[in-house]
Design a protein around this ligand. Structure first.
Ligand code: NAI
Ligand code: MG
Length: 355
């Protein structure tokens, strides 16, 4: 049966890098993959055209698709607007509307890029960390939220960091399951020393491990220490489990261990059988948007994750990943990796390896 992939290119470099992933998908279709690709407006472009970042129709299309490939959203023209008029509000609404609570972010250092890392080759060669970040809860979603005016005229910005047992348990389960297919080790990050939701996080993760995953080695680490350890000795980590906020920051940090933010893909998944949401971890990069120089690797690798986790095509996923690695081995580099290929030329170099 034909499967469907919905593309949401978004803003800034989002459409530039998504176009390359679309070419890669087109190549796979020409080689026999039974996939139908559609596109919809999302983010800032949707605010301009439709008045909201995520229309009901687009959310319905996302839920009906087999997989969704998002580009990136946001930009200075929409920053500072009321929350519901910001592209990022659409992103959070899409993630929670699709109920994709577990965000997998592999930070893999390709051997060819070990010298592009901010660390020395010895620290990153062979680096293969899998972040499992909670994606639909925590301080990005907690209520109350807003900017309110106090009786004395002063303003107060409010966010609420909140987690329930079930929200913690389901993402921890994803991490433990994935760890079983790897080294059987999970390091969970929180700030249980100063945050109540962090203390509950630690207790729930520990209890689940004791009850259902006694074969997994679980270590708890305070998130600020983890930020330091990732720079000091990143290869000590295999699976890292985090809440929404800490995972956002720590995975960006880990991206630079792999050479560039433009290298890291992600998969947001939820209950079995529901569509996943796949996106590069980078944003819309307004500083380079429109110049055609963005690195499309994260975008292409996100397509590979969609093939693996939603479309039932793990072998095609591995072929796409191998093509990216082969292009890097052959010396193909965009500017962020110290080269001078354009986005489209980098796509050409990768497609040339996808025979
Ligand atoms: P960013 O990730 O867009 O850019 C950070 C830096 O990395 C910039 O210097 C950029 O040029 C560079 N960079 C990012 N991706 C790259 C790529 N593929 N190739 C080469 N260089 C790349 O983060 P920033 O600047 O903080 O945010 C810009 C906008 O993106 C904001 O509106 C933010 O809210 C939004 N954003 C959206 C995300 C999403 O749609 N999932 C995720 C992160 C940020
Ligand atoms: Mg981020």
């Amino acid at each position: 049966m034909t499967q469907t992939l919905l593309l949401l290119p978004g803003d800034g470099i989002g459409p530039e890098v998504t176009a390359v992933a679309r070419r890669v998908a087109g190549r796979l279709i020409s080689q026999g993959l039974d996939l139908s690709i559609t596109e919809a407006r999302f983010g800032g472009v949707a605010i301009d055209a439709d008045g909201v970042p995520l229309t009901d129709e687009t959310l319905a299309a996302a839920k009906a698709a087999d997989a969704v490939r998002m580009g990136a959203v946001g930009g200075p023209q929409w920053a500072g607007q009321p929350y519901d008029k910001r592209p990022e509000a659409g992103l959070l609404a899409l993630r929670s509307g699709m109920n994709v609570y577990a965000n997998l972010r592999p930070a893999i250092c390709f051997a060819a890029l070990a010298d592009a890392s901010t660390l020395k080759r010895i620290h990153v060669e062979g680096l293969d960390i899998l972040f499992v970040r909670e994606l639909t809860g925590g301080v990005y979603f907690g209520e109350p939220r807003g900017i309110e005016t106090l009786a004395n005229g002063e303003k107060r910005g409010v966010n609420t960091h909140v987690y329930t047992t079930s929200e913690i348990e389901r993402v921890a389960r994803t991490a433990f399951e994935l760890a079983r297919g790897r080294k059987g080790e999970v390091v969970s990050a929180e700030k249980s020393n100063v945050m109540e939701a962090g203390l509950l996080w630690r207790q729930v993760v520990e209890a689940l491990r004791d009850a259902e995953y006694p074969d997994i080695t679980l270590t708890h680490m305070l998130a600020d220490n983890m930020a330091m350890q990732l720079v000091k000795n990143p290869k000590q980590f295999d699976v890292i489990l985090t809440d929404n906020l800490f995972g956002d920051m720590l995975s960006d940090e880990a991206a630079m261990l792999t050479g560039s933010l433009g290298m890291l893909p992600s998969a947001a998944i939820g209950a079995a059988g529901m569509p996943g949401l796949y996106e590069p971890i980078h944003g819309s990069a307004p500083d380079i948007a429109g110049r055609g120089v963005a690195n499309p690797c994260a975008s292409i690798l996100s397509l590979a994750m969609a093939l693996r986790h939603s479309l039932g095509e793990p072998e095609l996923a591995a072929r796409v990943e191998a093509a990216v690695e082969a292009a890097l081995n052959a010396g193909a580099r965009t500017a962020d990796l110290g080269g001078n290929l354009t986005t489209a030329q980098m796509g050409d170099a990768i497609l040339a390896q996808l025979t």
